[in-house]
Structure formats: C-alpha cells, structure tokens
Design a protein around this ligand. Structure first.
Ligand code: TRP
Length: 335
C-alpha cells in the first residue's frame, strides 16, 4: 500500500457498502470501473462504509460483511498493494466530528429534499418518518469525502445527489471559513447497466432467477442462461445486448471474443445461432466465476490477511483524516 498523499489530498475516493451476494452486474457496473482506476496510475482510497450501512441494517450483520466485501473486491482484482483500503469506523471519531461541523451548514428542509431519501422510504411514507441517520446520510457521506480532502468520486447515477450535497457543503465551508476542501467532482466511469437474464428489470439480487451470482455453481449458471431471454433471429434486444456486454466484460481471451463477434454477425444476418451464443456465454460465465471463487479461497485462507490490509489502510486514512481535522479546526476556531 502506498501513501502518496503528501499534501493530504486524495485523487479518488469511494465507499462500498458491506453486503454479500454480489452479481456479475455489480462487478461490471461498479467494481470493475473502480479496479481499472488503478491501471491508470491514479491514487485511490476505497473504504467499507460500515457506519452508513447502519441506516438500514443491524450492526452485527454489518460487521460480518466487512471482511467479506473486501475479500470479494480483492478476488475480483483490486490490487491491495496499490489501493488504500480501510473501514469507515476505523476513523469514526474524525467522521463523527466532521459530520457535526458540516451539519450546521445545511438545513433539515434541504436534507428532506435529497431525492435518495424518498427512494429509500417505504411507499407512501414521508421523509419525516425516516430514521434520523438516513436523513443525515448525505452529510456523513460528505464527511467521508472531505475528511480525506478527496478530489474525485466515482459513483453510480443513484449517488449523484449525494455528491451534489458534498459539493455544496465543501463550498459553504470554504466560503465561510477559508479554503480547506477541494470541491469534489464526480469521476466519470463507464459503468455498464445490465438487465436481468429474464429481460425484466435490472439484474439484481432481488430477482435471483435473472441474476448471475459470483457464488453460483457451474450448474446453476448453465440453468439460468438456458432459460434466459435472447432475441428473434436478425434482431437485437436489450437483453441480448446485455448478454453481449457481460460476455465482453468478463472475457480476456481474444479467440473467444472473435468467436462471439462471429456469432452475433450470424445472428444479425438471420441465422439461428442463439444456442451457440448461450453455450459460449455459459462457458465464459462459468470460467469467470470459477476463477473468482478460486482466488477468493486463496484470499481468505490466512485469516489475518484482510484484517492486516485494513489496519495498514486505517493507519494512512487516520493520519490523513487527523491532518484535515486540524486544518478544519484552525479555520473554524481561528486558532
Ligand atoms: N452511499 C454509497 C452507496 O450507497 C456508499 C458511500 C458512503 C460512498 N460514503 C461514500 C461512496 C463516499 C462514495 C463516497 O453506494
């Protein structure tokens, strides 16, 4: 792990929620773009957002998933030598204090208008009935970002409103107390949106029959793809496009990619090749998942490996957070 934050800023930071049951859509839509940031030689901090997860999960469940999600990311290719990986609660004091300071710079009305709040509430419930941590979610998220003085944040569309709130709070703080924070920008990633194998809705763990899980057995994968929707000969459909994105996103083998292009050309020309297509997709998905599972076993073999990585990361993140907090307090208290 490298500590490159000489001026105590971070180029790119993101938080991941500690959950299990990742799908190939999670990998292609959210995880792969983060992993690829490292290939570009940029400085990256990734933390497990365990305090955020308390908004809608029991603490014991959250705790269980911290190491799990880190194991998943590393097994998928996130290089622990290059990224700074830590747990949000390892810098809980700094986060809580900055959340307190930033909370003064927004109003309850503004927080109630953040669109993600309504999305998270049960149908018909007003923002007044939200648990108060959910209301504060965007402020704590701003604290996560600003405590590391982060410059760019790779997030999906669902998080854009939160980044707007972080920008607003950084800007308000800077205007009132002096320039302490870089105003964070969204880091554009080429996130793929994958539809369910059934063709209905997005691929997600809430409809498991249309989702390829990283924990699925080869048999399960074959069964799900066999039942998957495709498209009539000569035509393209959203679900077929999605299958093609999956195949391309998980395959590095040039020969197989050529084979795939050939099949798609034949399909467009009206030939009956969806059987071949499904066979290839099954092959690729089984191979990808098997390699992941093998790597994951290796990653968790030594029970001290992941805790070790997280504690190394916590040292760096905590040092950086403390420096930021000193700057914040100097500015606020005019010390
Ligand atoms: N809210 C993000 C999600 O639900 C997780 C998150 C928490 C995060 N704090 C963050 C992401 C700071 C980016 C930066 O996925």
């Amino acid at each position: 792990m490298q500590n490159m934050n000489k001026d105590n800023t971070v180029e790119i930071l993101t938080g991941v929620r500690p959950t299990g049951d990742l799908t190939i859509a999670n990998y292609l839509g959210a995880i792969k773009p983060i992993i690829e940031i490292l290939d570009k030689g940029l400085q990256l901090y990734v933390f497990v957002a365990d305090l955020h997860a308390l908004t809608d999960n029991e603490p014991d469940v959250v705790k269980k998933y911290i190491n799990e999600v880190v194991a998943d990311y590393i097994a998928l290719g996130l290089d622990p030598e290059k990224v700074v990986l830590y747990t949000q609660s390892d810098i809980a004091e700094e986060i809580a204090l900055l959340t307190t300071y930033l909370s003064r710079l927004t109003t309850v009305a503004e927080l109630m208008r953040v669109p993600t709040l309504k999305d998270k509430l049960k149908a018909g419930a007003g923002p007044e009935s939200a648990n108060a941590l959910l209301l504060l979610y965007p402020v704590m998220m701003a604290a996560d970002i600003l405590i590391q003085r982060s410059e760019q944040i790779p997030v999906g569309k669902d998080q854009v409103a939160h980044i707007e709130m972080s920008r607003l709070l950084a800007d308000r703080f800077n205007k009132r107390y002096g320039d302490v924070f870089p105003v964070p920008k969204i880091y554009q990633v080429d996130a793929l949106s994958i539809v369910s194998l059934t063709g209905k809705g997005k691929m997600s763990k809430s409809s498991p029959e249309g989702a390829l899980f990283l924990t699925d057995s080869p048999k399960k994968i074959a069964k799900k793809i066999k039942k998957a929707q495709t498209a009539v000969e000569g035509e393209m459909s959203e679900v077929l496009e999605s299958h093609i994105m999956i195949a391309k996103g998980i395959c590095n083998d040039q020969d197989k990619l050529k084979q795939l292009d050939g099949i798609i050309e034949a399909h467009k020309a009206g030939q009956q090749v969806m059987g071949d297509f499904k066979k290839l997709l099954t092959d690729l998905a089984q191979d990808f998942v098997a390699k992941f599972q093998e790597k994951r076993k290796e990653v968790v073999k030594d029970p001290n490996y992941i805790p070790g990585i997280l504690s190394e990361g916590a040292k760096i993140a905590s040092e950086n957070a403390k420096k930021t907090l000193t700057m914040v307090q100097k500015a606020m208290f005019k010390e």
